[in-house]
Design a protein around this ligand. Sequence first.
Ligand code: AMP
Length: 393
Amino acid sequence: MKILIANLGSTSFKYRLFDMDADNAAQLASGGFERVTNYTSCIEEMLESLVGEGHLQSGEEIDAVGFKTVLGKDLSGCVEADAHVLEALEGFKEVAPAHNPAYAAGIRCFAEKLPQVPRVALFETAFYQWITPAAYSYAIPQAWRDLGIRRYGFHGASHKFVAERSAEILGNGIIVDRVRNLYTTGPGEYSGAPLRVLSCHLGGSSSVTGIQNGVAIGTSMGFSPQSGLPQNNRVGDLDSMAIPYVCKMLGLSIEEAERQLNKESGLLGLSGVSNDARDIRDAAEQGNTDAVLATEVLIDSIRHWAGSFFFKMGGAEAIVFTAGIGENDAELRAAVCAGLEDLGVQIDPTANAKAIRGVEGIISAPDSKIKVIVIPANEELVIAREVFRKVSK
Ligand code: AMP
């Protein structure tokens, strides 16, 4: 079965084509476009290149297209990307302005261009559907909660991949199966050996999730992908009173405050240098104190959230680093894990230095009670597997 995964940003379009069966997923092709203004022409160009390279005879040969949709109003899980999904994306377009309009436009373009090819949406919030009301509720009036204001959680496909792959690496096959079947059969009962994972997805956008025996118990992300850790140019956690105060003191409109929190905050706002962690590290090495502070705030925030889930789960068997920063910045990983020897965390500096540029590996010392692991992100594989199941049904 040929499954295409479309990864849509507000100005980008990336894709991967998989050949799937029940046990295997082979990636046939991948590609993408930047500075996109029209998804239809991208889809046409992509199909031309997939046919030209011999992966497809025509677009009709694609068995399904999968979308990594972010946040739907009153909708989550793995569902047919139909009018109901478009309505759910539309319903929360103000909350995820960088993501929802792009996915709605992309789904419509595929429906127009390849109407007979099934479309499936896997919401990023799906991994968090078993979080308890105590963990997802904000202390706000009922009328606010009735609008759907609560913690949702994002990067679900990435953290789900971490849940499965870390169980595989640590030899817990029951949890591997539990995670794979999560969206079709639910978590069910579990009575095997505990596997509590502090999953750190650190990239352009970052989050920490606590995963207990394959199931998320909480995450640093909240109502929108705006909370938790400082993001590349989005704010992360902020006291709600700061917004009315700044609007009053600086004479900003609510729209301008929102723009600054979305575009000029996070690592960019703190460092004043860049929204890219590599540029910030270079500036810090040259003595830029704002760049040093940006890195320190990120590290402090990762430790804050990982510490919270460590406490909530009553311990951890593994800490996992994934995504651009997590997979490449050995120095940051060491800083996150520094001084935790009493908790049972001991980094092996040689193994840590080796696990970069897509190399998976255990980076803790052999006698470290808590394993520290680098797992290269593979969100597309998680989506392709779920789409395969949905379409095979
Ligand atoms: P992602 O969103 O997963 O693509 O991650 C993007 C982030 O990863 C950017 O902030 C990059 O600066 C960061 N990144 C990529 N390579 C490295 C590296 N070698 N060292 C530090 N950060 C990196």
